[in-house]
Each structure stands twice: as C-alpha cells, then as structure tokens.
Design a binder for this molecule. Structure first.
Ligand SMILES: *[C@@H]1O[C@H](CO)[C@@H](O)[C@H](O)[C@H]1NC(C)=O
Ligand SMILES: *[C@@H]1O[C@H](CO)[C@@H](O)[C@H](O)[C@H]1NC(C)=O
Ligand SMILES: *[C@@H]1O[C@H](CO)[C@@H](O)[C@H](O)[C@H]1NC(C)=O
Length: 250
C-alpha cells in the first residue's frame, strides 16, 4: 500500500515538472519567434532599396539623407539651400556640406572627390561673416579617440572610385555612429546609417571599417559654430534691403 502511494506521488511529481518545463519551453519559443520576426522585419527593411530622391534617414536632429538610387548613378543635379551650393544630388560630399551648413552654419570649398577632402580642405567658412575655422586631421590609428561631429574620410579603393566621406554623429565606448549618402541605399533603422567598431591597440585608436579609412577631420572651432538659424537669412536680407533703400534715397 505504502509503495503504491509513493508510486502515485512520483508520477504526479513527474507530471508537474514536465508541465512547467513544457510551459517554459513554449514561452521561450514564443519569445524566440517574436525576436526572429523583429529581426526578419528589420533585415527586410534594411535590404529594401530606396529609389533616387527618397529620404533614407535623418541624423543630428535635422540633416536628412537622400538615396542616390545606386552607387553608379550620377544625377548631374545641383542642390542649393537658401541660395547656397550644397553639392550634387545625392552624393556623399553633398551630405557632408549640407551637414556643415545646417549644424555649423558654415560651408567648405569645392573639391574634385571625397578623398581629396583629406589633403585639400584646410578650413570651413562661416556663412554670415566668412570667418574661417581650421580643420585638423587625425589619421586612423592615432592616440586620441575619434571625435564627434568630424568628417570620416576614405581613400580611393576598390568600389570607391572617388573615396568616401561620412560624418561622425556619435562616439560610444567601442564604436562610432556615422551619417552619410551614397554608400548604402536602404532605409536607416535608426538616426544614423552605420555603427562601426573602434579598437584600442598599443595605445592607438583604430576605426575598423570593412574599407580602408584615412582618418577623421575635426572642425577646430572651439565650439563657436552654431546650428544654422533660418532667421539669420532674413536678417542678412533685411540689411541688404535697408542699404538699398538708403542708397536710392540719397
Ligand atoms: C539619436 O537619437 C538618440 C535617442 O533619441 C539621441 O540620444 C541621439 O543624440 C541621436 N543622435 C543623433 C546623431 O541625432
Ligand atoms: C541606378 O539608379 C538610377 C536612378 O534611379 C537608374 O536610372 C539606373 O537604372 C540604376 N542603375 C542600376 C545599375 O541599377
Ligand atoms: C555628438 O553630437 C551630437 C550632436 O551633433 C549629440 O547629439 C551627441 O550627443 C554627441 N555625442 C557625444 C558622445 O558627445
């Protein structure tokens, strides 16, 4: 009799354990399939190519990135903002210059290709007073950490006949986040286009992109450059008009 009860007890115990385990497994598999779904959605989103002119993302609050369609397309269309030249729609240099205009109220001179920014660009110029602010180069593999809000420059290499430029929009402990045009043609999942690992080896910082990187160019402005304020344009315009009125009445 005693043995019979022990036997029944063991069976009940076994079933209890079995039930909770299968419930746990079920919960786990529901969780897993949800994660897979999210992952799948994201990868579909990442794989979906944006046609030329489509907005692919936005970084630094208000700097929109547009799709160039594919990396062989050359639109031959200029882009201007408030009458100021930004570059060719929708090349990487256009993004870097428009970012500089919207975030730093400045611009930089015309250059043949993105790779030339590394050797040719010496300053950015503030729109309102033409004051020049120096650019400082930091080679990939240097003793200081990559700097936020600087230009990331790539030399000419396979698949990059003009090199490439991106803007560093965030610096994390072991990576940087960048914004750019004409590199990928998918819609961004976040407010940056790519996150690239940064390693620290023999006291040097290396941006570990799949492509060779020259380094990053810092805008050395002592935090004097402010985001572009559309009201400034009105002020300049008003001043011009006042002068015209004075001249014509004199
Ligand atoms: C991106 O969004 C996060 C969270 O909203 C914010 O903390 C970060 O500053 C943003 N970065 C850029 C470059 O816009
Ligand atoms: C690249 O994009 C342009 C503009 O959308 C399109 O006309 C062209 O056919 C595309 N080329 C390739 C190789 O996909
Ligand atoms: C980088 O600069 C952006 C503004 O352009 C700011 O939102 C972000 O917090 C900065 N990141 C760091 C690490 O300072």
């Amino acid at each position: 009799m005693k043995i019979f009860f022990i036997f029944v007890f063991i069976i009940i115990l076994y079933q209890c354990i079995h039930l909770t385990r299968s419930a746990e497994l079920k919960e786990k598999s529901v969780k897993l399939s949800y994660l897979e779904l999210v992952k799948e959605r994201r990868s579909i989103n990442e794989k979906k190519l944006a046609p030329f002119n489509d907005i692919v993302g936005m970084a630094s609050s208000n700097v929109i990135a547009y799709s160039n369609g594919n990396d062989t397309y050359y639109s031959n269309e200029d882009n201007y903002l408030y009458g100021i030249y930004m570059g060719l729609k929708w090349q990487c240099v256009e993004y870097a210059r428009r970012w500089t205009f919207l975030r730093k109220s400045s611009t930089f001179e015309s250059i043949p290709g993105a790779n030339d920014m590394w050797n040719q660009l010496k300053y950015v110029e503030r729109i309102i007073d033409a004051e020049k602010f120096p650019l400082k180069k930091h080679s990939n593999g240097c003793p200081n950490r990559p700097i936020n809000e600087s230009y990331l420059i790539y030399p000419i290499q396979k698949d990059m006949p003009y090199g490439h430029v991106a803007v560093i929009v965030d610096v994390l402990p072991n990576s940087i986040r960048i914004a750019e045009q004409n590199f990928n043609f998918n819609y961004w999942s976040y407010n940056y286009s790519r996150e690239i690992p940064v390693t620290f080896k023999n006291d040097l910082y290396f941006i570990q992109d799949q492509y060779e990187v020259y380094g990053w160019i810092e805008i050395d402005d002592n935090q004097q450059l402010m985001p572009f304020d559309p009201l400034t344009v009105d002020k300049i315009q008003m001043k011009l008009n006042e002068n015209l009125d004075l001249n014509s009445s004199a």
